[in-house]
Write a protein that binds this ligand. Structure first.
Ligand SMILES: [Cu+2]
Length: 194
């Protein structure tokens, strides 16, 4: 909680107990000129609940991340978010069983709390740092498993419960109609320094 990330001159800290309102740093509504306009919630102020002190949650561990990174296949049938195998779900699924089913990416959202919990999560600037790291993990996973491919490879049948939800390799994704196959190699857009 004392990490530099949450300091006054970077992202600001956690929210106060009463309403989880962030009161420090540049994104505090009262002092930082940062107004939430997403309309998902009524509040105009940014909220956080770092570590959820009322019922503490832990950040993902090194071993939990390695469990995802060491997985050899990208995804597995029936393609929903509860499948326990596959890199996608180990990085960001909701497997049943265990006392903390939110995997790696999701657990960070939950640990930060407040706006980061739901559809309004991009309203917290830390969202972009978190997702930049998830993008890096995707790149690292591809290098670690060069023979692995994005899955599902072909379009799921119309009767499949995940049809239209688990997007296959060459299927356009709404709303921008970009295909996963067009996004496998990011090097035309950005590169990581070695
Ligand atoms: Cu996320």
């Amino acid at each position: 909680m004392a990490a530099t990330l949450w300091s006054e001159d970077f992202l600001g800290g956690t929210g106060r107990t009463r309403d989880q309102q962030v009161l420090t740093g540049p994104f505090a509504h009262k002092t930082g000129n940062w107004t939430i306009k997403g309309g998902v919630t009524e509040g105009k102020f940014l909220t956080r609940d770092l570590g959820r002190p009322s019922e503490p949650v832990a950040l993902p561990t090194k071993d939990e991340l390695a469990w995802a990174m060491n997985e050899k296949v990208y995804g597995a049938a029936p393609w929903d978010s509860t499948v326990a195998s596959g890199f996608r779900n180990r990085l960001e699924g909701w497997m049943s069983g265990g006392d903390e089913p939110w995997c790696n990416h999701n657990r960070v959202h939950r640990w930060i709390g407040g706006h980061m919990l739901g559809g309004s999560s991009p309203d917290d600037p830390v969202f972009w740092l978190h997702h930049a790291f998830v993008d890096l993990l995707w790149d690292r996973w591809q290098h670690k498993h060069p023979k692995a491919t994005y899955l599902p490879k072909s379009k799921l049948g119309a009767g499949d419960p995940q049809s239209g939800r688990a997007i296959s390799l060459a299927e356009p994704m709404p709303p921008w109609n970009v295909k996963p196959s067009e996004l496998l190699d990011h090097r035309d857009l950005y590169r990581y320094e070695a």
